[in-house]
Design a protein around this ligand. Structure first.
Ligand SMILES: *Cc1c(COP(=O)(O)O)cnc(C)c1O
Length: 226
């Protein structure tokens, strides 16, 4: 397995920053099952896929007993039924209609799905997610569904060359997360703040992230054509 030695080294490098502060989830889109399983053998406990078809293709090949599998991408309602019995968490719940669909499919299969609410912290039209000031109302709605379990928040802040802007958005997310956590609302756990990716995970961890989602910094540049 020495051909994958860089994966191990990259994980160790990131661990120096995240250890004890934030969970390291590897974003495994475009990464084949062999490389994912190698990362799991290096002690990775959380992976995230962001396309339903790709997740289903790899599902049987992944060493799943040692790892939590999260869904982190935009989820279409008509595909919910394919994944609710396969993933340990859906991080990208961005509308009530999607939540209703997850509730319906989980009820059928008698399972409870841990979820994160996706917040569109930068108000970007190109991104889905809830406006920051609507977070609490959205969570209160989610908390009414018997087969959903709110565990926290996720965000993908706008890309920027200016680290100060990135940090501002992380701080904003952290503030929303802590405000809600302090209210101790019924049936709403604030255990996970999922922010930070390859280029900004250090800033995310310094500003309150409890889970970073990292792809290219571990697996190298993605080739979307394979
Ligand atoms: C791909 C992806 C990541 C990781 O991106 P990198 O920049 O490669 O670390 C994180 N979160 C989501 C939702 C992703 O789709």
């Amino acid at each position: 397995m020495d051909k994958y030695i860089d994966i191990k080294e990259n994980i160790e490098e990131i661990r120096k920053t995240t250890d004890g502060k934030a969970t390291l989830l590897l974003a495994t889109k475009c990464v084949d099952a062999d490389r994912i399983n190698y990362a799991i053998s290096c002690g990775i406990t959380h992976i995230g896929e962001n396309k339903v078809n790709e997740l289903l293709e790899k599902y049987e090949k992944i060493d799943r007993d040692k790892v939590e599998l999260h869904f982190i991408g935009h989820l279409q309602r008509n595909k919910v039924k394919y994944i609710v019995d396969k993933v340990d968490m859906i991080q990208s719940v961005d509308s009530i209609r999607l939540a209703e669909e997850i509730e319906k499919e989980c009820a059928k299969k008698n399972i409870t799905m841990p979820i994160l609410a996706e917040i569109n912290v930068g108000y970007e039209e190109s991104k889905s997610g809830i406006a920051p000031e609507e977070t609490e109302d959205f969570l209160l709605s989610l908390s009414k569904y018997p087969h959903l379990k709110v565990k926290g928040l996720m965000a993908i802040p706008p890309a920027s060359d200016d680290k100060n802007i990135i940090i501002e958005n992380f701080k904003k997310m952290s503030q929303i997360y802590l405000d809600i956590k302090n209210k101790m609302l019924d049936n709403i756990d604030m255990d996970i703040l999922s922010i930070g990716m390859s280029d900004d995970y250090k800033e995310a961890v310094m500003n309150g992230s409890t889970m970073v989602r990292i792809g290219s910094r571990v697996f190298g540049r993605r080739n979307y054509n394979v």
